[in-house]
Design a protein around this ligand. Structure first.
Ligand SMILES: [Cu+2]
Length: 428
């Protein structure tokens, strides 16, 4: 596939034009779809006037093709990653990850979906006709200046709190509507926002089923009435529209952590009634990692220090007291081993900031939060996990197949860009 990271423009607000960035277009990028075991090639050209990278979020790939801050694509250059897909069916995504530029470039529109299929996802009797009963919902909030330009990070408060928007976009549009068949429909929900954490639900409080976490299908569907996703997290859900009222439709609600509620989009069903099928009760097998398999535990303390912020310019965002340094390897991990990573959010209650920890290359499993088993909605493969103020979240992870240097970081992009990131190296 050929990709071009390019500048463009789009009209989001009536009467204004917003300068944007996109892959092969003005905003967002094409959906990549591959099958497990397949070889993937891309040719990515950077036509921006600044460096960029393309990170495959959630993909298990050789370090040199990870697309993190170590794989810079200078202006005018091409980058040609090639790797084999070695993981189960999942909804993943891709976005830039250049040092200090991630937040701005994602905000401008650089992001796209990366879908993996496998025998299990193809065999299961679940909605899978993309664009008919299987849709992506890339949820992103934005702020605008009056002239229509994006109002990206303006001050230290924006860095500390993350840039939180007062407009809500789904797949790049504000309050879109979608006509869905009168049956079960699958949504691949991506929180593609820079720093917002969302609770997602339907205005009529209808229950729905979660079938996949970040890294793929769950063992069994989980019934929910709302879905919590921090920045970078994904979930696949099945919603039954058999009873959808053609005139009124169903409204998707998205609530930010600060309480702001958006009527994000509306689903109408103007077509005829469809045959109803039952959702399978068994989805995919998961190879659960056992605590007893872990060779060690590492601790990661994520800290937001309000006092330092104004004086040092982002100086207060650290993991284990350190700011990101490309020249420093923070953790060295042995290939083929399993470890427990204990992630502590020690931001004080005054400045109580949630963080969203993301590891490159691997899919992990959540062992517990403050000693408690996570809720069923998190029983599955994860690459990003929300850690609330004061919380201790333990994850278990196996480092397999590839050696090299990868990133771990807060996926609140303003935190990441301002130092809340580290590097782990997998060695033989
Ligand atoms: Cu953070």
């Amino acid at each position: 596939m050929r990709f071009k990271a390019q500048r463009g423009s789009r009209s989001f607000l009536p009467g204004t034009t917003t300068p944007t960035m996109g892959y092969n277009g003005d905003f967002l990028g094409p959906t990549i779809r591959v099958k497990n075991g397949q070889q993937f090639h891309a040719d990515i050209e950077n036509t921006l006037d600044e460096p960029t990278t393309v990170h495959w979020h959630g993909l298990h790939v050789p370090a040199k093709w990870d697309g993190g801050p170590r794989q810079v694509i200078p202006t005018g250059a091409h980058w040609k990653p090639e790797f084999t897909i070695r993981q189960p069916a999942a909804t993943l995504w891709y976005h830039p990850h250049a040092m200090g530029l991630t937040g701005e470039q994602v905000y401008n529109g650089l992001a796209g979906l990366f879908i993996i299929d496998d025998e299990v996802s193809e065999r299961l009797n679940i909605p899978k006709q993309y664009g008919r009963d299987d849709f992506p919902l890339i949820i992103q909030d934005r702020r605008f200046f009056q002239d229509g330009h994006f109002a990206y990070a303006q001050n230290m408060m924006d860095v500390m709190n993350g840039v939180i928007g007062n407009h809500l976009l789904v797949n790049g549009a504000e309050k879109p509507f979608l006509d869905v068949p009168r049956e079960k429909v699958r949504f691949r929900v991506v929180n593609g926002s820079n720093s917002s954490i969302y609770r997602i639900s339907f205005a009529d409080e209808r229950p729905f089923f979660q079938i996949a976490t970040d890294g793929g299908l769950m063992e069994k569907p989980v019934t929910l009435t709302s879905l919590l996703l921090s920045a970078g997290e994904r979930a696949e859900i099945i919603v039954d529209f058999a009873d959808n009222n053609p005139a009124a439709g169903v409204t998707l609600l998205v609530k930010q952590f600060n309480g702001q509620l958006f009527e994000a989009m509306r689903f109408t069903s103007t077509g005829p009634a469809e045959n109803q099928t039952d959702l399978p009760q068994d989805l995919a097998a998961i190879n659960w990692l056992k605590e007893s398999d872990a060779v060690r535990t590492r601790t990661f303390v994520m800290k937001t220090m309000g006092m330092d912020m104004g004086m040092m310019g982002g100086g207060g965002l650290t993991i284990n007291g350190k700011h990101m340094d490309l020249k420093r390897i923070d953790e060295t991990v042995k290939l083929g081993t399993t470890e427990i990573w204990e992630i502590r959010n020690s931001s004080d209650m005054m400045m109580g900031m949630p963080h969203s920890m993301h590891l490159h290359d691997v899919q992990f499993q959540i062992l517990d939060r403050n000693g408690q088993t996570p809720e069923p909605r998190e029983w599955g493969h994860k690459d990003t996990v929300l850690v609330m103020p004061g919380e201790v979240t333990r994850i278990i992870v196996r480092f397999a197949d590839y050696t090299g240097i990868y990133m771990y970081h807060c996926h609140l992009l303003e935190h990441e860009d301002n130092g809340m990131m580290g590097q782990f190296e997998i060695i033989r």
